[in-house]
Design a protein around this ligand. Structure first.
Ligand SMILES: N[C@H](CCC[C@H](N)C(=O)O)C(=O)O
Length: 275
């Protein structure tokens, strides 16, 4: 069975996108997703993105990490789907409903309201998520924990480029204090409107950009009073603008992420080669 795909990226965080809205695909599994994501024997990507029909929103976006794990959210992928569709849409995801709309700077995604409770991250036991009383060998300690559909630990450091994130990231990612794993963010405050960020992604490793990481890091920095409510987050692949609406009687505001997404090329593969 020949399957069309679109290769896309958001600031270098790359995706293989399959659009099953018009014609159903055979069931996607973690093994098939990982095989397609493999950069040596597959098409190669950080995440596989599957677009399906939805009864609750304009479409359903499913995200499979490079390791095949299906996850709740992917900010850069949300912008990629926004570019592919070409107009404002609502998306159902495992992490909740999000919306994407064209914007002067590319695509603006409303990522919803961040979850800040220890059990919403989730963490293994009750603790202060604004400064987790934990540390790891490289001196990266007392992170902020934020869930933006998916779990993030944010460490504020003096120099992100001096960190061995490729070594300490996988250790923290799989620490038992994070029952569902965690995306590991190393952030450097540049000014009250600028953050420099590197991310070790759960299930994908070091990536050139992480949209949810940028959102979670902005929320963490705002919670600590380090930046204003709109901030530019600079990742190895480029910049994202993150705003966190002020809280109201209804509760915490929602997060908006704005930035580009790019179609690299289209192609086809034979499902039988990967299933
Ligand atoms: N690795 C993430 C999913 C992809 C997130 C990242 N690519 C983004 O743009 O948000 C996780 O396991 O939660």
């Amino acid at each position: 069975m020949r399957i069309p795909f679109t290769k896309m990226h958001g600031l270098g965080n790359d995706f293989v996108v399959l659009d099953a809205r018009e014609s159903a695909l055979p069931p996607m599994t973690g093994d098939i997703a990982a095989a397609l994501a493999d950069r040596h024997t597959g098409i190669g990507c950080d995440q596989l993105v599957l677009i399906e029909p939805s009864d609750a929103a304009d479409l359903r976006m499913r995200i499979f990490n490079h390791d095949g794990g299906e996850v709740e959210a992917c900010g850069n992928a949300a912008r990629a789907v926004g570019v592919l569709v070409g107009h404002a849409i609502t998306m159902e995801t495992l992490g909740g409903e999000i919306t994407a709309r064209p914007d002067d700077a590319g695509i603006a995604v409303d990522m919803g309201v961040p979850r800040l409770g220890w059990d919403q991250i989730p963490l293994a036991y009750a603790m202060d998520t604004l400064s987790m009383p934990v540390g790891w060998d490289s001196g990266m300690d007392h992170p902020v924990a934020v869930n933006v559909g998916n779990p993030h630990a944010i460490f504020f450091v003096d120099d992100v480029d001096a960190l061995p994130l490729g070594e300490i990231g996988p250790v923290i990612e799989k620490d038992q204090i994070f029952p569902e794993g965690v995306n590991v963010n190393a952030a450097q405050i540049v000014s009250r409107s600028a953050i420099k960020l590197r991310v070790w992604e759960r299930g994908a490793g070091l990536t050139r950009a992480c949209g949810t990481g940028a959102c979670a890091t902005a929320v963490a920095a705002m919670r600590r009073g380090l930046v204003d409510r709109t901030v530019t987050v600079s990742l190895p692949g480029g910049d994202l603008t993150i705003s966190w609406d002020a809280d109201s009687e209804a509760g915490p505001g929602s997060i908006t992420m704005t930035g580009p997404a790019t179609i690299a090329f289209t192609g086809e593969f034979d499902w039988g080669d990967f299933a």
